[in-house]
Design a binder for this molecule. Sequence first.
Ligand code: NAD
Length: 340
Amino acid sequence: MIKVAINGYGTIGKRVADAVAAQPDMEIVGVSKTRPSGEAYIANKRGYPLYIADITKKAAFEEAGIAVAGDVEGMLRQCDVVIDATPGGVGKANKALYELYNVKAIWQGGEKHEIAGISFNSSCNYQDAFGADFVRVVSCNTTGLCRIIKLADEAYGVKSVFATMVRRGSDPGGIKTGPVDAIVLNPVSIPSHHGPDVNTVLPSVDIVTTAMIVPTTFMHMHVIRMELAQEATREGVLDLIRNHPRIGIVKGATGITSTAELRELAADMGRPRGDLWESCVFEDSVAVGKNNELYLFQAIHQEADVVVENIDAIRAMMKAADTAEESVRMTNEALGLKAI
Ligand code: NAD
Protein backbone atom coordinates (compact mmCIF):
# COMPACT_ATOMS: atom_id res chain seq x y z
CA MET A 1 0.00 0.00 0.00
CA ILE A 2 1.22 3.48 -0.87
CA LYS A 3 1.19 5.67 2.23
CA VAL A 4 -0.21 9.13 1.47
CA ALA A 5 -0.33 12.26 3.65
CA ILE A 6 -2.41 15.34 2.86
CA ASN A 7 -0.86 18.62 3.98
CA GLY A 8 -3.76 21.11 3.86
CA TYR A 9 -7.16 19.50 4.33
CA GLY A 10 -9.24 22.14 2.56
CA THR A 11 -11.30 22.24 -0.65
CA ILE A 12 -8.87 20.16 -2.69
CA GLY A 13 -7.14 18.27 0.14
CA LYS A 14 -10.29 16.75 1.60
CA ARG A 15 -11.39 15.51 -1.82
CA VAL A 16 -7.99 14.01 -2.59
CA ALA A 17 -8.02 12.32 0.85
CA ASP A 18 -11.34 10.60 0.11
CA ALA A 19 -10.15 9.63 -3.39
CA VAL A 20 -6.94 8.13 -1.95
CA ALA A 21 -8.93 6.22 0.68
CA ALA A 22 -11.06 4.74 -2.12
CA GLN A 23 -8.06 3.32 -4.04
CA PRO A 24 -7.14 -0.35 -3.55
CA ASP A 25 -3.40 0.38 -3.53
CA MET A 26 -3.26 3.50 -1.31
CA GLU A 27 -3.96 4.51 2.27
CA ILE A 28 -4.20 7.80 4.16
CA VAL A 29 -1.66 8.07 6.99
CA GLY A 30 -2.73 11.57 7.98
CA VAL A 31 -4.19 14.92 7.02
CA SER A 32 -3.30 18.35 8.37
CA LYS A 33 -5.13 21.49 9.47
CA THR A 34 -3.97 24.80 10.88
CA ARG A 35 -6.93 25.53 13.15
CA PRO A 36 -10.09 23.84 14.50
CA SER A 37 -12.83 23.85 11.85
CA GLY A 38 -15.73 21.88 10.49
CA GLU A 39 -13.29 20.08 8.19
CA ALA A 40 -11.13 19.08 11.17
CA TYR A 41 -14.18 17.50 12.83
CA ILE A 42 -14.93 15.58 9.65
CA ALA A 43 -11.33 14.36 9.37
CA ASN A 44 -11.71 12.86 12.86
CA LYS A 45 -15.09 11.40 11.94
CA ARG A 46 -13.70 9.75 8.82
CA GLY A 47 -10.88 8.22 10.83
CA TYR A 48 -8.06 10.20 9.19
CA PRO A 49 -5.33 10.88 11.78
CA LEU A 50 -5.25 14.68 12.13
CA TYR A 51 -1.92 16.48 12.35
CA ILE A 52 -1.44 20.20 12.88
CA ALA A 53 1.03 22.66 11.40
CA ASP A 54 1.65 24.43 14.74
CA ILE A 55 1.73 22.00 17.68
CA THR A 56 1.31 24.87 20.18
CA LYS A 57 -2.33 24.99 18.98
CA LYS A 58 -2.97 21.41 20.11
CA ALA A 59 -4.93 22.50 23.17
CA ALA A 60 -7.27 24.63 21.04
CA PHE A 61 -8.11 21.59 18.92
CA GLU A 62 -8.61 19.36 21.94
CA GLU A 63 -10.79 21.95 23.68
CA ALA A 64 -12.95 21.87 20.56
CA GLY A 65 -13.23 18.09 20.91
CA ILE A 66 -10.91 17.33 17.98
CA ALA A 67 -8.27 14.65 18.49
CA VAL A 68 -4.76 15.55 17.33
CA ALA A 69 -2.28 12.84 16.31
CA GLY A 70 0.80 15.10 16.26
CA ASP A 71 2.53 17.73 14.17
CA VAL A 72 3.09 17.83 10.41
CA GLU A 73 6.65 16.51 10.83
CA GLY A 74 5.19 13.44 12.57
CA MET A 75 2.88 12.93 9.60
CA LEU A 76 5.73 13.23 7.11
CA ARG A 77 7.73 10.56 8.93
CA GLN A 78 5.04 8.03 8.04
CA CYS A 79 4.30 8.68 4.38
CA ASP A 80 5.76 7.75 1.00
CA VAL A 81 4.20 10.76 -0.69
CA VAL A 82 2.64 14.00 0.53
CA ILE A 83 -0.06 15.93 -1.32
CA ASP A 84 0.53 19.61 -0.61
CA ALA A 85 -2.92 21.21 -0.87
CA THR A 86 -2.15 24.29 1.18
CA PRO A 87 -3.31 27.66 -0.27
CA GLY A 88 -1.47 28.86 -3.38
CA GLY A 89 1.99 30.21 -2.52
CA VAL A 90 2.17 28.47 0.88
CA GLY A 91 3.38 25.16 -0.54
CA LYS A 92 6.70 26.61 -1.62
CA ALA A 93 7.81 27.04 1.99
CA ASN A 94 7.10 23.37 2.68
CA LYS A 95 9.55 22.03 0.11
CA ALA A 96 12.53 22.06 2.50
CA LEU A 97 10.50 20.01 4.98
CA TYR A 98 9.66 17.39 2.35
CA GLU A 99 13.32 17.19 1.36
CA LEU A 100 14.33 16.85 5.01
CA TYR A 101 11.99 13.90 5.54
CA ASN A 102 12.85 12.45 2.14
CA VAL A 103 9.25 12.14 0.94
CA LYS A 104 7.91 12.57 -2.56
CA ALA A 105 5.64 15.60 -2.92
CA ILE A 106 2.84 16.76 -5.18
CA TRP A 107 1.86 20.44 -5.29
CA GLN A 108 -1.23 22.04 -6.82
CA GLY A 109 -1.80 24.63 -9.52
CA GLY A 110 -1.50 27.57 -7.12
CA GLU A 111 2.25 26.98 -7.06
CA LYS A 112 4.63 27.83 -9.88
CA HIS A 113 5.92 25.19 -12.33
CA GLU A 114 9.46 25.68 -11.00
CA ILE A 115 8.59 24.26 -7.57
CA ALA A 116 8.68 20.74 -9.02
CA GLY A 117 9.98 21.19 -12.57
CA ILE A 118 7.29 18.76 -13.79
CA SER A 119 3.72 19.97 -14.37
CA PHE A 120 1.40 17.02 -14.71
CA ASN A 121 -1.73 15.93 -16.51
CA SER A 122 -2.42 12.22 -16.80
CA SER A 123 -3.89 12.50 -20.31
CA CYS A 124 -0.71 14.22 -21.53
CA ASN A 125 2.55 13.43 -19.75
CA TYR A 126 2.20 10.57 -17.23
CA GLN A 127 5.62 9.23 -18.16
CA ASP A 128 7.34 12.53 -17.26
CA ALA A 129 6.33 11.92 -13.64
CA PHE A 130 7.33 8.24 -13.62
CA GLY A 131 9.57 7.74 -10.58
CA ALA A 132 9.85 11.53 -9.99
CA ASP A 133 10.24 12.96 -6.50
CA PHE A 134 8.43 16.26 -7.09
CA VAL A 135 5.44 16.98 -9.32
CA ARG A 136 2.93 19.81 -9.67
CA VAL A 137 -0.63 18.99 -10.75
CA VAL A 138 -1.76 21.91 -12.90
CA SER A 139 -4.79 24.06 -12.04
CA CYS A 140 -8.39 23.11 -12.73
CA ASN A 141 -8.60 25.29 -15.85
CA THR A 142 -5.27 24.09 -17.21
CA THR A 143 -6.32 20.48 -16.56
CA GLY A 144 -9.49 21.00 -18.61
CA LEU A 145 -7.61 22.71 -21.43
CA CYS A 146 -4.86 20.06 -21.53
CA ARG A 147 -7.31 17.13 -21.76
CA ILE A 148 -9.19 18.47 -24.78
CA ILE A 149 -6.19 19.97 -26.60
CA LYS A 150 -4.19 16.74 -26.32
CA LEU A 151 -7.15 14.73 -27.61
CA ALA A 152 -7.58 16.97 -30.66
CA ASP A 153 -3.84 17.21 -31.25
CA GLU A 154 -3.33 13.43 -31.33
CA ALA A 155 -6.20 12.95 -33.77
CA TYR A 156 -5.88 15.94 -36.08
CA GLY A 157 -2.89 18.06 -35.07
CA VAL A 158 -3.63 21.40 -33.42
CA LYS A 159 -2.16 24.45 -35.17
CA SER A 160 -3.41 27.01 -32.66
CA VAL A 161 -5.83 27.47 -29.78
CA PHE A 162 -7.84 30.45 -28.57
CA ALA A 163 -9.79 29.95 -25.36
CA THR A 164 -11.74 32.14 -22.97
CA MET A 165 -12.31 31.08 -19.39
CA VAL A 166 -15.43 32.34 -17.60
CA ARG A 167 -14.39 31.66 -14.03
CA ARG A 168 -16.36 31.20 -10.82
CA GLY A 169 -15.87 33.99 -8.29
CA SER A 170 -15.56 31.75 -5.23
CA ASP A 171 -15.84 28.10 -4.25
CA PRO A 172 -19.29 27.29 -2.81
CA GLY A 173 -17.88 27.20 0.73
CA GLY A 174 -16.03 30.50 0.38
CA ILE A 175 -17.08 33.73 2.10
CA LYS A 176 -14.17 36.03 1.33
CA THR A 177 -14.13 36.48 -2.44
CA GLY A 178 -16.47 37.81 -5.09
CA PRO A 179 -17.51 39.54 -7.26
CA VAL A 180 -21.12 39.90 -6.13
CA ASP A 181 -22.34 41.98 -9.06
CA ALA A 182 -19.75 42.39 -11.80
CA ILE A 183 -18.00 40.72 -14.68
CA VAL A 184 -14.33 41.17 -13.86
CA LEU A 185 -11.70 40.97 -16.57
CA ASN A 186 -9.07 38.70 -15.04
CA PRO A 187 -6.73 40.05 -16.16
CA VAL A 188 -7.71 42.98 -18.35
CA SER A 189 -4.54 42.38 -20.38
CA ILE A 190 -4.47 39.67 -23.04
CA PRO A 191 -3.26 36.93 -22.89
CA SER A 192 -4.07 35.50 -19.46
CA HIS A 193 -1.62 33.20 -17.66
CA HIS A 194 -3.56 30.05 -18.60
CA GLY A 195 -1.93 29.65 -22.02
CA PRO A 196 1.63 29.64 -20.65
CA ASP A 197 0.44 27.24 -17.96
CA VAL A 198 -0.82 24.83 -20.64
CA ASN A 199 2.66 25.10 -22.16
CA THR A 200 4.21 23.71 -18.96
CA VAL A 201 2.48 20.42 -19.90
CA LEU A 202 2.17 20.75 -23.69
CA PRO A 203 5.15 22.92 -24.65
CA SER A 204 4.60 23.03 -28.39
CA VAL A 205 0.96 24.19 -28.41
CA ASP A 206 0.38 27.68 -29.83
CA ILE A 207 -2.26 29.01 -27.42
CA VAL A 208 -3.73 32.37 -26.42
CA THR A 209 -6.19 32.60 -23.53
CA THR A 210 -8.35 35.27 -21.90
CA ALA A 211 -10.29 35.09 -18.65
CA MET A 212 -13.01 36.82 -16.68
CA ILE A 213 -14.62 36.18 -13.31
CA VAL A 214 -18.39 36.13 -12.75
CA PRO A 215 -20.62 35.91 -9.64
CA THR A 216 -21.11 32.15 -9.46
CA THR A 217 -19.55 29.38 -7.36
CA PHE A 218 -19.95 26.13 -9.28
CA MET A 219 -17.73 25.49 -12.30
CA HIS A 220 -15.80 27.47 -14.88
CA MET A 221 -17.00 27.65 -18.50
CA HIS A 222 -14.49 27.48 -21.36
CA VAL A 223 -15.18 28.78 -24.86
CA ILE A 224 -12.61 27.10 -27.10
CA ARG A 225 -11.53 27.50 -30.70
CA MET A 226 -8.84 25.23 -32.13
CA GLU A 227 -7.36 25.45 -35.58
CA LEU A 228 -6.81 21.86 -36.74
CA ALA A 229 -4.10 20.67 -39.13
CA GLN A 230 -6.17 17.87 -40.67
CA GLU A 231 -9.77 17.62 -41.78
CA ALA A 232 -12.22 16.81 -39.00
CA THR A 233 -15.92 16.13 -38.70
CA ARG A 234 -18.24 16.96 -35.83
CA GLU A 235 -19.15 13.29 -35.41
CA GLY A 236 -15.49 12.29 -35.44
CA VAL A 237 -14.73 14.77 -32.67
CA LEU A 238 -17.72 13.62 -30.63
CA ASP A 239 -16.58 9.99 -30.97
CA LEU A 240 -13.13 10.89 -29.68
CA ILE A 241 -14.67 12.66 -26.70
CA ARG A 242 -17.02 9.74 -25.99
CA ASN A 243 -14.00 7.43 -25.76
CA HIS A 244 -12.00 9.69 -23.43
CA PRO A 245 -12.04 8.47 -19.81
CA ARG A 246 -12.00 11.97 -18.33
CA ILE A 247 -14.14 13.98 -20.74
CA GLY A 248 -17.89 13.62 -20.63
CA ILE A 249 -20.56 14.80 -23.03
CA VAL A 250 -23.52 16.86 -21.88
CA LYS A 251 -26.06 15.42 -24.27
CA GLY A 252 -28.28 17.83 -26.13
CA ALA A 253 -31.27 15.63 -25.34
CA THR A 254 -30.91 16.41 -21.61
CA GLY A 255 -31.77 20.02 -22.35
CA ILE A 256 -28.93 21.09 -20.05
CA THR A 257 -27.49 24.48 -21.02
CA SER A 258 -26.04 25.71 -17.72
CA THR A 259 -23.75 24.95 -14.81
CA ALA A 260 -26.72 25.06 -12.42
CA GLU A 261 -28.34 22.12 -14.21
CA LEU A 262 -25.00 20.29 -14.23
CA ARG A 263 -24.80 20.67 -10.45
CA GLU A 264 -28.24 19.10 -10.19
CA LEU A 265 -27.20 16.29 -12.52
CA ALA A 266 -24.08 15.53 -10.47
CA ALA A 267 -26.14 15.41 -7.27
CA ASP A 268 -28.74 13.16 -8.91
CA MET A 269 -25.92 10.87 -10.08
CA GLY A 270 -24.98 10.44 -6.42
CA ARG A 271 -21.52 11.88 -6.87
CA PRO A 272 -19.80 12.66 -3.53
CA ARG A 273 -20.15 16.40 -2.81
CA GLY A 274 -21.73 16.66 -6.29
CA ASP A 275 -18.24 16.39 -7.79
CA LEU A 276 -17.72 16.23 -11.55
CA TRP A 277 -14.20 14.90 -12.02
CA GLU A 278 -14.58 14.84 -15.79
CA SER A 279 -14.59 17.82 -18.15
CA CYS A 280 -18.13 18.41 -19.40
CA VAL A 281 -18.31 19.18 -23.13
CA PHE A 282 -21.70 20.40 -24.36
CA GLU A 283 -22.63 18.14 -27.28
CA ASP A 284 -24.59 20.79 -29.13
CA SER A 285 -21.71 23.25 -28.95
CA VAL A 286 -19.28 21.03 -30.86
CA ALA A 287 -18.88 22.44 -34.36
CA VAL A 288 -16.28 22.25 -37.13
CA GLY A 289 -15.89 25.33 -39.33
CA LYS A 290 -15.07 25.41 -43.04
CA ASN A 291 -11.37 26.00 -42.39
CA ASN A 292 -11.14 23.05 -39.97
CA GLU A 293 -11.62 25.10 -36.83
CA LEU A 294 -13.10 23.20 -33.92
CA TYR A 295 -15.42 25.11 -31.56
CA LEU A 296 -16.87 23.97 -28.26
CA PHE A 297 -18.05 24.91 -24.77
CA GLN A 298 -16.81 22.87 -21.81
CA ALA A 299 -17.64 23.24 -18.13
CA ILE A 300 -14.97 22.43 -15.56
CA HIS A 301 -15.75 21.65 -11.94
CA GLN A 302 -12.93 23.55 -10.25
CA GLU A 303 -13.02 21.59 -7.00
CA ALA A 304 -13.01 18.18 -8.63
CA ASP A 305 -11.17 17.71 -11.93
CA VAL A 306 -7.68 17.89 -10.38
CA VAL A 307 -8.53 15.29 -7.71
CA VAL A 308 -8.24 12.32 -10.05
CA GLU A 309 -5.07 13.78 -11.55
CA ASN A 310 -3.46 13.78 -8.09
CA ILE A 311 -4.21 10.06 -7.75
CA ASP A 312 -2.57 9.28 -11.10
CA ALA A 313 0.41 11.46 -10.20
CA ILE A 314 0.91 9.37 -7.05
CA ARG A 315 0.95 6.14 -9.09
CA ALA A 316 3.37 7.59 -11.64
CA MET A 317 5.81 8.83 -8.98
CA MET A 318 5.61 5.54 -7.05
CA LYS A 319 5.89 3.52 -10.30
CA ALA A 320 2.70 1.75 -9.21
CA ALA A 321 1.17 1.67 -12.70
CA ASP A 322 3.29 1.50 -15.85
CA THR A 323 0.99 3.51 -18.07
CA ALA A 324 -1.45 6.38 -17.78
CA GLU A 325 -4.21 4.15 -19.16
CA GLU A 326 -3.70 1.64 -16.35
CA SER A 327 -3.70 4.28 -13.61
CA VAL A 328 -6.65 6.21 -15.04
CA ARG A 329 -8.66 2.98 -15.27
CA MET A 330 -7.85 2.10 -11.64
CA THR A 331 -8.65 5.60 -10.39
CA ASN A 332 -11.89 5.84 -12.33
CA GLU A 333 -13.04 2.37 -11.26
CA ALA A 334 -12.32 3.02 -7.58
CA LEU A 335 -14.34 6.27 -7.67
CA GLY A 336 -17.08 5.07 -9.98
CA LEU A 337 -16.14 7.66 -12.58
CA LYS A 338 -17.90 6.80 -15.80
CA ALA A 339 -17.74 10.01 -17.76
CA ILE A 340 -21.21 11.56 -18.15
P1 NAD B 1 -8.24 25.92 0.77
O1 NAD B 1 -7.98 27.25 1.36
O2 NAD B 1 -9.64 25.47 0.57
O3 NAD B 1 -7.51 24.80 1.64
C1 NAD B 1 -6.20 24.94 2.05
C2 NAD B 1 -6.01 24.21 3.37
O4 NAD B 1 -4.66 24.32 3.80
C3 NAD B 1 -6.85 24.77 4.51
O5 NAD B 1 -7.47 23.67 5.15
C4 NAD B 1 -5.86 25.43 5.44
O6 NAD B 1 -6.27 25.29 6.79
C5 NAD B 1 -4.61 24.62 5.19
N1 NAD B 1 -3.35 25.31 5.46
C6 NAD B 1 -3.06 26.62 5.33
N2 NAD B 1 -1.77 26.85 5.64
C7 NAD B 1 -1.24 25.65 5.96
C8 NAD B 1 0.05 25.23 6.37
N3 NAD B 1 1.06 26.11 6.50
N4 NAD B 1 0.26 23.93 6.63
C9 NAD B 1 -0.75 23.02 6.49
N5 NAD B 1 -2.00 23.38 6.10
C10 NAD B 1 -2.23 24.67 5.85
O7 NAD B 1 -7.44 25.92 -0.61
P2 NAD B 1 -7.78 25.05 -1.91
O8 NAD B 1 -8.82 25.74 -2.70
O9 NAD B 1 -7.99 23.64 -1.52
O10 NAD B 1 -6.42 25.22 -2.72
C11 NAD B 1 -5.29 24.42 -2.47
C12 NAD B 1 -4.41 24.41 -3.70
O11 NAD B 1 -5.16 23.82 -4.77
C13 NAD B 1 -3.97 25.78 -4.20
O12 NAD B 1 -2.70 25.66 -4.81
C14 NAD B 1 -4.99 26.10 -5.27
O13 NAD B 1 -4.53 27.03 -6.22
C15 NAD B 1 -5.20 24.73 -5.88
N6 NAD B 1 -6.47 24.54 -6.58
C16 NAD B 1 -7.63 25.02 -6.06
C17 NAD B 1 -8.81 24.85 -6.78
C18 NAD B 1 -10.13 25.37 -6.28
O14 NAD B 1 -11.00 25.64 -7.09
N7 NAD B 1 -10.35 25.51 -5.00
C19 NAD B 1 -8.81 24.16 -7.99
C20 NAD B 1 -7.60 23.62 -8.46
C21 NAD B 1 -6.43 23.83 -7.76
